[in-house]
Write a protein that binds this ligand. Structure first.
Ligand code: SF4
Length: 174
């Protein structure tokens, strides 16, 4: 199973809680002014890699707490990322997914496209919404602007309303 990515970071502490492998997916439609990763916008850019190769990188990262799908926008490639997420969960690790869509938009897209719904259901924490330069705040944990939310996806899907994810370490900075 193939996907296009801009790169992989094997040990990050700024893209979700704890030490994480970060997959920077290729392709993003949001065009946020001030985006820090413009090289990820072209869906034909970056390079092709197999899900198996990414899982090997994860296997070779024994100290991580989880894996982060960043971008780009991961929801442009939901099938291979869901496959990876399921394997990651089997190893007892968690999944953080960034998206320029708002949670409510992802839920709506998932009604028409089951693969979108499946990636959302395979995510533990969703960091949602476009980067808004006017709401930029360097004190925020794991995100660039105040409109972006850290969402507890399993609890939000179960209750039918957005429930924010909370972490003691995040509370220090939020
Ligand atoms: S969603 Fe992220 S990668 Fe896409 S344009 Fe906005 S800031 Fe850049």
């Amino acid at each position: 199973m193939q996907l296009r990515i801009a790169g992989i970071t094997q040990e990050s502490v700024v893209d979700g809680p704890g030490l994480r492998v970060v997959i920077f997916t290729q392709g993003c439609p949001h065009q946020c002014p001030g985006c820090h990763n413009p090289q990820t916008h072209d869906p034909n850019g970056g390079y092709s890699i197999t899900a198996a190769e990414i899982l090997t990188v994860i296997e070779n990262s024994p100290l991580i707490r989880g894996v982060t799908f960043s971008g780009g926008d991961p929801f442009l490639q939901p099938k291979p990322l869901t496959f990876i997420a399921k394997q990651v969960h089997k190893r007892g690790l968690d999944i953080v997914t960034y998206t320029g869509f708002r949670f409510e938009e992802v839920v709506a897209l998932g009604l028409r496209r089951p693969e979108i719904k499946e990636l959302l259901q395979s995510t533990d924490v969703l960091i949602d919404g476009p980067y808004l330069a006017a709401e930029r705040d360097l004190r925020l944990a794991f995100r660039g602007s105040r409109n972006q939310r850290l969402i507890d996806v399993p609890r939000s899907l179960k209750s039918g309303r957005v429930i924010l994810w909370e972490d003691p370490a995040a509370r220090i900075w939020a």
